[in-house]
Structure formats: C-alpha cells, structure tokens
Design a protein around this ligand. Structure first.
Ligand code: PGA
Length: 252
C-alpha cells in the first residue's frame, strides 16, 4: 500500500553503546510526533535488532534489516536467513543496495531469491535500484534501472508486489553529497511507476511506495518529498544524526 516512508540505513556504523545512544535520541522525540500520514523504518546493524524491536511499537517506528541470505537455511557460515529475521520481529529488509551489488557481487538472480524468501516469511523487501555515473552519462540510466526492477521483482504477482517498497538510489549520489535534482528524481520515479503500470496495471503502480535515496538530508528532503512520484526517502549518512533524521521525518 502506498504511503510516505522514511527509512534510515545505518550501514556498518555504531558500536552497541553508540547505537543505544542514537536509538534513544531518535526514539524519544519520535514518540511525540504525530505520524498519521507517514512511517519510519530503522535499519540498524542486525546484531542489535532486539534493542530496536523491543521499543519499536511504542515509539512509532518499524525495524528493518540491511540484508538477508538468498538461502533458506543450513551450512552457510556467517549468513542470516529471512526466517531468522522474522523470528526477531523484523518487518522490512533492504535488498540489492548498491553496496551489496558492488562489494559483495550480488546479482539479479540472488536478489530475486532474497525477495522471494522475504515474502515467504512475511517480511517486506525494500528493493533498491539505481544507476552508476557512467550509465547516467551514457544516457543508459532508464535501461539499467528498468532491468534491475524487471529481474529483481517483476516475477512477482500483483498481490506479492504490494508488499514491496522500491528505493531509487542513483549510485553517484550515495554518500557523495551530490543529490539528484528534483527533476532527475521525479523523472526516474515516474519512469518506475510507469513500468509497473505497463507490467501490471495503473492501480498496482499507484499503490507502490517509491523512495528516493542518495545524499538526502534535512535541507533537501522537503523539496524531494514534495515531488509527485516520490513517497519518501532511504537515508544513509543523515540517519546517523538524530536531529537531521528527525527533521527529514517531518519533511512531508
Ligand atoms: P546516503 O546513503 O544518504 O549516505 O547517500 C543512502 C543509502 O545508501 O541508502
């Protein structure tokens, strides 16, 4: 179902004590905000999940993981399965973040497998897509993003797709301080929504939440979130500063 969402991706940051401090500096003020029309998802290092899920409900946020295995269970040392996430009350999971694609060689087949396992376990995938700078400069960005979406989630039926959130994150904007312009963001979000309308139908497309990610911060969030096809943001760096993250949450 389409809704306004701000998701914070903490990546591989914060020790246990630091995470505890940051969590409480976000959760306490969050509890007092009127979030009728929007949803907050925190994606901390999964090791700390319980500290987050314990207080999520009364503090107006949901908990997401940053990754899961594409295998169901068994001899896969170091991996965490979708069923394990579910058993820890985790409701969302990032899939296909560009850092996973780049540093851990995750390909479309693996990502589609992860999406399927998450849905089997009633966890909502936040499916990330986005082009690198060379693709944008070569004007290939629509082809690249279209292919990622086609291979990652278009095997789902409409009912399954309704549980997926899409995050468009141009790779050249992640952690670089370079944000996509409002026109660039809107153009790509509209393109993605249109792809969904063509493959499924307009109603399915209108129901999809499509988030923008890539140097989204307290200063530019308002302008980005006001765009017709942008339903919120996936926030990296700025989600590690309570004040900034809280300002972003209030940017709808
Ligand atoms: P950033 O990261 O906000 O630091 O650019 C976004 C992301 O990687 O999800």
């Amino acid at each position: 179902m389409r809704r306004n969402i701000v998701a914070g991706n903490w990546k591989m940051n914060k020790t246990f004590e630091e995470a505890d401090d940051l969590l409480f500096s976000i959760a306490e003020p969050l509890q007092k905000l009127d979030l009728d029309t929007s949803q907050v998802i925190l994606c901390p290092p999964v090791l700390y999940a319980e500290m987050f899920t314990d207080i999520a409900l009364e503090n107006n946020f949901s908990v997401g993981a940053q990754n899961c295995s594409n295998k169901e269970s068994g001899a896969y040392t170091g991996e965490i399965s979708a069923a394990m996430l579910k058993s820890m009350d985790i409701e969302y999971c990032l899939v296909g973040h560009s850092e996973r694609r780049k540093y851990f060689g995750e390909d479309s087949k693996m990502l589609a497998e992860k999406v399927d396992l998450l849905l089997d376990n009633e966890i909502n995938p936040i499916f990330c897509c986005g082009e690198v700078l060379e693709d944008r400069e070569a004007n290939n960005h629509f082809d690249v993003v279209g292919k990622q979406i086609f291979e990652g989630i278009f095997h789902l039926n409409a009912e399954e797709l309704d549980n997926v959130i899409i995050a468009y994150e141009p790779v050249w904007a992640i952690g670089t301080g370079k944000t996509a312009s409002p026109a660039q963001a809107q153009e790509m979000h509209a393109f993605i929504r249109n792809l969904i309308a063509k493959k499924y139908n307009q109603e399915v497309a209108d129901n999809m939440s499509i988030l923008y990610g890539g140097s989204c911060n307290a200063k530019n969030a308002k302008e980005l979130f006001a765009l017709k096809d942008v339903d919120g943001g996936l926030i990296g760096g700025a989600s590690l500063k309570a004040e900034d993250f809280l300002a972003i949450i209030q940017s709808f």
